[in-house]
Structure formats: C-alpha cells, structure tokens
Design a binder for this molecule. Structure first.
Ligand code: PLP
Length: 377
C-alpha cells in the first residue's frame, strides 16, 4: 500500500520515535514539580522550546505547547475575542482550515470578513492592500500553505502590510513546517504548528505569541505555560516533535525536497496526458513540493478514493476532516470552481519517504482506475 496522504498526517520519523522512547524511559517528572525529577523534565522542555524558537527565529518564551493546531488556533481566536474591542473586525482568508474558520465564526460572527483568493488559490493581494488602506481589522489570519491545494500564500508580504498598519498578523503554518525551511516564520506575530504533519507524534503542537503579551487561557486549573495553557505538559512528545523538526530541517537544508518536486511535476504532466479531462488545481502558482490537487473527469470522488484504496493507494478527497463525506470543498469554492467541480477533487500528498517509483506507480494506478470509472457512451 502506498501512502499519499501526508497532509492528513505523516508517518512518525525514526528520530522522533527514538527521542520519544528515550524521554519516556528517562524523564519521569512533572515539569512543574520542584524536585530533581521535575527539574529534569523542565530542562528537557526548555531545551525543546529553545530549539523550536531557534528554528522559527523567535524568543523561546513566545512558544506555548498545545495538543495540536486545532487547539492552538481555537486558543488564538478565543484570546482575540476577549482582547479586541467589541466592534473590531477579524479578517481571515477564505481558504483557512476549518479549525480557524469555525472558531473565528463562533467568536466573531458578523465581525468576521473573508479575504478572497484568486482562481489559483492565492490570497488576493490587491484586494487586501486596498481594503487595509481603508479599514483596520483587529487581526488578520492567513495560512502559510494550503492543506488541500498546497498553494503557498504570501505570508511575508501580508505580514509587512499588517506591520505598516500595526495590525496583528497570524499564520497557521501547519502545512509549511517540515516541508519548507522554518526560518522567518517566527517573524509573524502569531503562528501555529502541529508535530504530526512533519513526522512527529500526534497530539502535540504549539502556538507562538509575542512573549510580552499574555494570551487568555482556554483551559483553567493550572499555571503551566506562564498561565496561558493549563494542564501538565507531555514532555516526551514535545521532545519527539523537536527531534522530527530538526531531522526535517536538516534534510531541507540538503535540498532533499528539490528532486521530490521534480517527481511530482512529472506525475502531473503524465496525469494530464493520460487521464483526459483532468485538471491540476493551482497549476500556475508556487505550491508545496509534495501536494497535487486534481479535478478528476468522471465518477464521484469517493468512488475514486475507494477504487484507489483497493488498488493499493491511500489518497484523499481534500482535507482529512471532510474525508468520508462527499462534501464540497470550501477551498475550491473560494477559488471559483463550480459546485459540480468541487466534489471531483482528489488530493495526492507525498512525503520524505515517497520515492520516484511510488509516483510512477500512482500514475499508472490512476490510469487503470480511470479505465474502470470511465464508461464509454
Ligand atoms: N491547520 C491546517 C492547515 C491543517 O492542515 C490541520 C490539519 O489537517 C490543522 C490546522 C489541524 O491540526 P491538528 O490535527 O493538529 O489539530
């Protein structure tokens, strides 16, 4: 079985497994405890905080550990709901992950405004610059790279405009981390990430906030994380997360992803040629080297996924949260695709263990499945 669903979750890297095992065996204490065991746990957690801050380019005290990105993103929206003036608007891109979209909708209702995207799935910079010159939202949120299409967003430029107007900028960097170098992401005022997307364990992530400000906790009952997130930190999975990120950063520094991008490009060319009527989403803009989002010409997306699964390929219909239901993708809708098209999308997301031969096998598998779903009239 070949795995093409890294954007949903990635296999845990050897480095992370070993780090987790070692930390589990050796670190028994609660990092808040005053004795030697507690101090050892605290030291390991502090070291992990320093490593993450170094990778992102921010202050170690900017980092708050969470159970993942859903918690981090909800925590941020909850904080701004309390911190902003009652009339302040919050602007998010129309292609944010549901955990940003739904929490922002919950807390801000009519004060929530969507930043449109182009047909290629990039935030509309002209719209943004024009609207910002006119109104000042209390927060702008745009992800670093989209989970469904892999389209890279101009987060540096957006942040620069926000800085000019002194508007806080938040970026969900879940799909960027581990796939592209992390350096510079720490410049964003607020940032979130999740270990399981870059080869770390599931159930751990972080929220980066300016350490001089204090974020209102979503949870009560403990003073952990400077009173910003109650609950005992899980030190072994935090340590394992950093082991995975360090391993990925090293591979990225060696240019590991460049030839991987070539394999994906070759796959896309063959797909367009061999499966008539297929389209690659966001084909003309920079995308993550691992992701292809394609509209298939016939047959419902669930039929494709099931047949591909039987043929030995694990692929997805879009974001993991909507998989299993043939739900229209809000990302493709925002990009201007028609209702009939948005349920035709398949996502192929590879990773650091995917080989050129895997991509070739997938292409051949798609051609076979196309032959099965295509009924000549
Ligand atoms: N943000 C993005 C862009 C994602 O792709 C995901 C997961 O698919 C999340 C947030 C949620 O992350 P987690 O699974 O850690 O809660």
């Amino acid at each position: 079985m070949l795995y093409f669903d890294y954007n949903a979750t990635a296999p845990v890297m050897r480095e992370a497994r070993e780090a987790w095992l070692e930390a589990t065996e050796k670190i028994h204490g609660n990092p808040s405890s005053p004795h030697a065991f507690g101090l050892a746990a605290n030291r390991a957690m502090t070291e992990a905080r320093e490593k993450l801050a170094h990778s992102l380019g921010c202050h170690p005290l900017d980092i708050i550990w969470t159970s993942g990105a859903t918690e981090a993103n909800n925590m941020l929206m909850h904080h701004f709901a309390q911190a902003l003036e009652a009339r302040s608007e919050v602007w998010i891109s129309a292609i944010e992950h549901p955990c940003v979209h739904d929490s922002a909708k919950h807390y801000f209702g009519r004060r929530l405004k969507f930043i449109p995207v182009t047909h290629d799935g990039v935030v509309d910079m002209e719209w943004f610059a024009h609207e910002m010159a006119d109104t000042r939202p209390g927060l702008v949120a745009v992800m670093a790279a989209n989970n469904e299409t892999g389209v890279i967003q101009p987060w540096r430029e957006l942040h620069a405009i926000c800085q000019t107007y002194e508007v806080p900028f938040f970026s969900d960097a879940v799909q960027w981390l581990g796939k592209l170098p992390a350096k510079g992401l720490g410049d964003c005022d607020y940032l979130s990430g999740a270990a399981h997307k870059f080869g770390g364990p599931r159930g751990v992530g972080f929220l980066k906030v300016p350490h001089r400000s204090k974020v209102n906790s979503l949870l009560f009952g403990g003073k952990q994380e400077k009173g910003q997130r109650a609950g005992t930190e899980n030190v072994p999975i935090i340590v394992a997360m950093l082991a995975a990120l360090e391993a990925r950063e090293k591979q990225l520094a060696n240019g590991d992803h460049q030839h991987r991008a070539e394999w994906k490009e070759k796959f896309e060319k063959l797909l367009l040629r061999q499966v008539p009527g297929s389209t690659v989403v966001g084909a003309s803009v920079p995308r993550l080297w691992n992701t292809t989002s394609a509209l298939m010409p016939e047959g419902g997306q669930q039929r494709w996924v099931t047949r591909l699964d039987k043929a030995g390929f694990a692929v997805s219909t879009g974001s993991a949260c909507t998989t299993g239901k043939e739900e229209p993708s809000h990302v493709l809708s925002a990009m201007g695709y028609k209702p009939g098209q948005v349920t035709q999308v398949l996502r192929f997301s590879s990773g650091w263990e995917t080989t050129a031969a895997d991509w070739e096998a997938l292409e051949k598998g798609l051609v076979r499945v196309y032959g099965e779903v295509h009924q000549p009239k």
